[in-house]
Design a protein around this ligand. Structure first.
Ligand code: FES
Ligand code: FES
Length: 163
């Protein structure tokens, strides 16, 4: 493994929501901070910075990960999708629409992370049942909703998709 000096900066080049971004960062810069501070993508929220709350979840090469647990330099060369990449041509993603219809958010702090994990769940080969949705949500903390609306919203999209 290459040795990195304390003040040394490193180049990170990633694709974010289809746009290639290149910047120079300190090796210790978290991916969550890189997205928010260097790229202006503040839809990725930072709660605990310890991998517990799930608010910072983004997708890296198709996998939902906690961006507070990854250094930006570790994402070099990756394809990243953040919550800003969900809506297409001004239209909300079906999950965003369902969250709105089912009252699945209040303050919205947890919502981007839950949406990113939910997109991954929906892309699985099999149709997830309510139990699997609840299991997925066990990795996300929401202080406001009581979760019912969130489960209902995801289940609605699952139902619409499997019809
Ligand atoms: S901020 Fe990353 S899991 Fe809480
Ligand atoms: S809507 Fe407020 S934390 Fe989930």
């Amino acid at each position: 493994m290459d040795k990195v000096l304390r003040d040394e900066k490193m180049v990170v080049r990633v694709s974010i929501n289809g746009t290639v971004v290149e910047d120079t960062v300190e090796p210790r810069k978290l991916l969550s901070d890189f997205l928010r501070e260097n790229c202006g993508l503040t839809g990725t929220h930072v709660g605990c910075e310890h991998g517990v709350c799930g608010a910072c979840t983004v997708r890296v090469n198709g996998k939902a990960i906690r961006s507070c647990l990854m250094f930006a330099v570790q994402a070099d060369g990756s394809e990243i999708v953040t919550v800003e990449g969900l809506a297409a041509e001004g239209r909300m993603h079906p999950l965003q629409q369902a969250f709105s219809e089912c009252h699945a958010l209040q303050c919205g702090f947890c919502t981007p992370g839950i949406l990113m994990s939910s997109v991954e769940l929906l892309e699985q080969a099999h149709v997830p049942d309510r139990h699997e949705i609840i299991e997925m949500l066990s990795g996300h903390l929401c202080r406001c909703t009581g979760y019912k609306g969130i489960v209902d919203a995801i289940e609605k999209v699952v139902g619409d998709k499997s019809q």
